[in-house]
Design a protein around this ligand. Sequence first.
Ligand SMILES: *Cc1c(COP(=O)(O)O)cnc(C)c1O
Length: 466
Amino acid sequence: MSSPTSEQLFARALQLIPGGVNSPVRAFRSVGGTPFFTKAARGATLTTADGRELIDFVCTWGPAIHGHNHPRIKAAIAAALENGTSFGTPNPYEVEMAELIVKFFPSIQKVRMCNSGTEATMSAIRLARGFTKRDKIIKFAGCYHGHSDSLLIKAGSGALTHGNPDSAGVPASFAQETIVLPYNDTAAIDAAFAANPGKIACIILEPYIGNVGFIKPDAGYLQHVRKATAQHGALLIFDEVMTGFRLARGGVQELESRQIFASESAGWANRPDEPRSTNGSSGGFALPTNEALHPAVTPDLTCLGKIIGGGLPVGAFGGRAEIMDYLAPLGPVYQAGTLSGNPLAMAAGIAGLKLIEELSPYAKLDTLGRQICAAALTAAKTKGIPLQAPQVGSMFSLFFTPTPVRDMASALTSDAKLYGRFFHACLAGGIYLPPSAYESWFLSTAHEGKAIDQACTVITQAIISL
Ligand SMILES: *Cc1c(COP(=O)(O)O)cnc(C)c1O
């Protein structure tokens, strides 16, 4: 009997699963058409239920930095499986994972594992509220922090508009505790603190945004956020669920510190056209101690997920011990999880982090990212289509707009219909891109040589065909 096609599977899924999917963006609503089903994945390639092979630029939305089904991660899961799938007691893997996270993130002294990025941000915010004894939080339009109530809120109309829920089912009274500001706008932050003296528990942000397409902060912006939070007694939470271990081992907080402390790479993220130092030290960079880090870029709490699970469900949040000790069983802030620190997820994550340590893949990934963006920009110029291609390392996105993208409003000027046509032209050519104009693309160390060359060719042809 032949195995079911994507079309047959989707028809069955639609009867049983809302929209046929277990996470909305998978449904292809914003690019049109129906989703393919994946039956296997290896390296940079997805194999669909219909037997097509596609080069994957979604990488399971970030986690697959080593490509799909990496033999070392697979072997680590298999070895852990021999010992059991869940114990409900502390286990040795959790300790090793915590040691790795603390080693690579100097701002993290203690860390708690959970099961998703959503749990990590939700719990970090509860902790910030418990620690500061304040209720309000600031988030930025276009930053996604998972789907918990206080965080599912985008922009209101003005800079200081109190949140309106993005989703039905979020009480307006909850949303009122969330202040939504435009990203990259320092005056809006100052105004929000001035208007809510002693009330703001924390600012949470994606330090480089990956969830409305890819957006970098203006020079000095993160430093301003740090200064303002410290001044007003609010905690700073970096949501590095996506960027942690993806842009550098120590996430954006390491990149930003390097710009200040490492003369050889100073400022590269703000001058994307200049070649980065590729002296082989990327990822092996010796970090200053926590105390020596520039306070402008050291968050109080950091949320992690995605890569640290090696493809299994995971989240984590950590930071200064003084704050983390507010968590139960030491402190009054409750947080728990039946499967938290799950041995299989920890084993997969540990194997992935050790591979990162061995490979120091960031300089190479940056070269590949530049290659794709350069091909797209050249084709767009030839064709006369306005295109923005912000990129750092293995995260980037293509915005079809003449407007430089620095916040959600400018991201939304990009032509989503045109992106939909571009997406389908690439898919026809064997290249799978994020099925939305407002998502970051991801690369893995498995995207080399042929995969990148083929992608550049297909992307060029797709842009020319628009
Ligand atoms: C993916 C993501 C989350 C949510 O993680 P889940 O594991 O999907 O719950 C939170 N924050 C950021 C920045 C993310 O990219």
